[in-house]
Design a protein around this ligand. Structure first.
Ligand SMILES: Cc1cc2nc3c(=O)[nH]c(=O)nc-3n(C[C@H](O)[C@H](O)[C@H](O)COP(=O)(O)OP(=O)(O)OC[C@H]3O[C@@H](n4cnc5c(N)ncnc54)[C@H](O)[C@@H]3O)c2cc1C
Length: 432
C-alpha cells in the first residue's frame, strides 16, 4: 500500500518553496540533534531531496554546551552553527514549523500553510521551555534581578553575569515538576556556582540551595550516592519535592510549593535564582491525540521507536515517549535504531534493532571535575570506561569540554556517531 502511495506522491512532488504542496519519501519534523543525525544517515542512502527537514530555527545549538556557557567557560557564539551549514546537503530544508499533523493521510500542514505529504515521518521536535508557566519568571529573567536560566539561548549568558555580580546571600537552583531535557543540568550549574564562589572568596557569605521537584537527587542509585557525597562535602542544601511556583523579582523572593503537602508554600529570598523551567513537547504534537500519549509525547514502542498506531512514523529524542533520560547522548544511541528500523520498514521488512534506553549525563561538579553517568532503561549503570565512573574526574570534564563538541558537529550530525556502545564493548573486552 505504501509503495503505490509513494508513486502517487512522487508525481505530486514539488521542489520550490513557491508551491504550497511538497512531497517526500521521509519527512523529518525537527532538525535538531536527533532529526539532523537521522536525516544525515537517510539522505546518504536515499539521495537528493528524498528527505525533507521541517524546522523553523535559523540556528542549530549544541545545547549541552549551555552549562559551560552559563558558567562562563564558553560563549553563546561557541554553542551554535547556522542551520543551513549543519543540515545534510542531500536533504531539503523547509524553514517553517509543523502546525497540524494528519497521520491518517500522511500529511503535515505548516504554520505558513504549506502541505507536506510523506511516505515516512520522523518526529524529532524536542521539548519546549515554558517560562511563562511560572508567574513573575519572565519578568525576572528580563530585568536585572538575579534570575537566570541555562535552558534558553535568550538567558544562558545572563547566568554568568549574575554569578560575577554575586556578593552574598542565597543562590537557589530549581528543578520543575515536568519532564526535562538533561535532568542533570539543573544541578550541574549549582556545583559550578559553588566552585566559582569558593575560588572568588565569596562562598562563606553565601548559602547554596538546590530545590528539586523530584523525590531523589538523581534517578540512578550509584550516581545519586556519589552526588549526595558531593552536596554534603560542599555544604549545599538539597530540598526534595520542592517546586517553584512564583517569582517576585521586585522583592527577590521565590515561592515554592511542597509537592508532598499540597497547599504548603515556602517563600525564600535569593540573590541568585537559576531556574530550570517547566517543559513540554511542542503544541502541534502534544495536542494531536492520534500521535501523542496522554503526556503529550510521541507514542512509540520503547524498543523499536516505531509509532504504536502508525507504522510509517518513528520518533527520536526528547519528544519520544520512550522512558529514557532525555539527552543528546540518548538521541545518538537512538539514531542507529531509528535508521535501521525505518530502512527495514521501507524495504518491507520487520523492525529488529532494539534501543536499550542508553543515556548519559556528564555531571559537571566543578570547573575541572565531572562524574560521567551512563545508564539504561532499567537505571542500571552502562559505563563506557572500564573504571567505576561514580568518581569526580578531571578526564571526564576535559572530555565534556573539548571532545564532545567536535564529536557532535563532525560525527553525530553527519550520521557517524551512534553513541559509545562499540567502544564500551572493546574497552571492556580489552580489560578482561
Ligand atoms: C542546559 C542544557 C544542558 C544539556 N546538557 C546535556 C549534556 O550534557 N549531555 C547530553 O547528552 N544532553 C544534554 N542536553 C540535552 C540535549 O540538548 C537534548 O536532549 C537534545 O538536544 C535533544 O535532541 P532533540 O533532537 O530531541 O531536540 P532538539 O535538539 O531540541 O531539536 C528539536 C528541533 O525541533 C524543532 N521544532 C520544534 N518545534 C517544531 C515544529 N512545530 N515544527 C518543526 N520543527 C520544530 C526545533 O526548532 C529544534 O531544532 C542539555 C540540554 C540543555 C538545555
Amino acid at each position: 500500500m505504501l509503495q503505490s502511495f509513494n508513486f502517487s506522491l512522487k508525481k505530486l512532488s514539488c521542489t520550490s518553496y513557491r508551491f504550497a504542496h511538497h512531497g517526500c519519501k521521509v519527512l523529518v519534523v525537527g532538525g535538531g540533534t536527533g532529526g539532523c543525525a537521522v536525516a544525515a544517515k537517510l539522505s546518504k542512502i536515499l539521495g537528493k531531496d528524498e528527505v525533507l527537514i521541517l524546522d523553523p530555527s535559523e540556528r542549530h545549538y549544541y545545547q549541552p554546551l549551555f552549562t559551560l556557557v552559563g558558567a562562563g567557560v564558553y560563549t553563546l557564539n561557541d554553542s551554535f552553527k547556522l542551520q543551513k551549514n549543519v543540515l545534510p546537503d542531500n536533504a531539503k530544508w523547509i524553514k517553517d514549523s509543523a502546525a497540524e499533523f494528519h497521520p491518517k493521510s500522511n500529511q503535515v500542514i505548516t504554520t505558513m500553510g504549506h502541505k507536506i505529504n510523506y511516505d515516512f515521518m520522523l518526529l524529532a521536535l524536542g521539548l519546549e521551555t515554558n517560562y511563562d508557566k511560572i508567574p513573575g519568571l519572565l519578568e525576572g529573567l528580563k530585568n536585572w534581578s538575579g534570575v537566570c536560566s541555562n535552558y534558553s539561548d535568550k538567558y544562558v549568558e545572563k547566568t554568568f553575569q549574575v554569578l560575577k555580580n554575586f556578593e552574598s546571600g542565597n543562590a537557589i537552583f530549581t528543578y520543575p515538576n515536568t519532564p526535562v531535557k538533561c535532568p542533570g543540568a539543573p544541578q550541574k550549574i549549582c556545583y559550578l556556582v559553588d566552585d566559582y564562589l569558593r575560588k572568588n572568596g565569596k562562598r562563606q557569605k553565601s548559602k547554596i540551595i538546590y530545590n528539586t521537584s523530584l523525590p531523589v537527587i538523581f534517578g540512578v542509585k550509584k550516581y545519586a550516592d556519589a552526588l549526595w557525597n558531593v552536596v554534603n562535602s560542599r555544604d549545599i542544601e538539597v530540598n526534595l519535592r520542592m517546586n517553584l511556583v512564583e517569582v517576585r523579582s521586585d522583592k527577590k523572593e521565590a515561592v515554592f510549593e511542597n509537592l508532598d503537602k499540597p497547599g504548603e508554600k515556602q517563600v525564600m529570598e535569593y540573590s541568585m535564582l537559576h531556574v530550570t523551567p517547566p517543559m513540554s513537547t511542542p503544541y502541534a504534537l502534544r495536542t494531536n491525540k492520534e500521535l501523542s500519549n496522554p503526556a503529550g509525547f510521541a507514542d512509540v514502542d520503547p524498543e523499536s521507536l516505531r509509532h504504536i498506531t502508525f507504522p510509517n512514523v518513528f520518533a527520536i529524542g526528547d519528544c519520544s515517549s520512550s522512558p529514557n533520560s532525555k539527552t543528546a547522548a540518548a538521541a545518538a544511541a537512538q539514531s542507529a535504531v531509528v535508521f535501521h528500523n525505518l530502512k527495514a520498514v521501507m524495504d518491507g521488512k520487520d523492525v529488529h534493532k532494539v534501543y536499550d534506553g542508553y543515556a548519559s549525563c556528564p555531571l559537571v561538579t566543578g570547573y575541572n571535575k565531572c562524574i560521567l553517568a551512563e545508564f539504561n532503561y532499567k537505571l542500571e549503570p552502562l559505563e563506557t570506561f572500564p573504571i567505576s565512573q561514580d568518581k569526580e574526574m578531571t578526564s571526564m570534564y576535559l572530555m565534556k569540554k573539548y571532545l564532545m563538541p567536535p564529536l557532535y558537529w563532525n560525527l553525530m550530525l553527519c550520521g557517524y556517531w551512534n553513541g559509545p556502545a562499540t567502544m564500551r564493548k572493546l574497552l571492556h573486552l580489552y580489560m578482561k
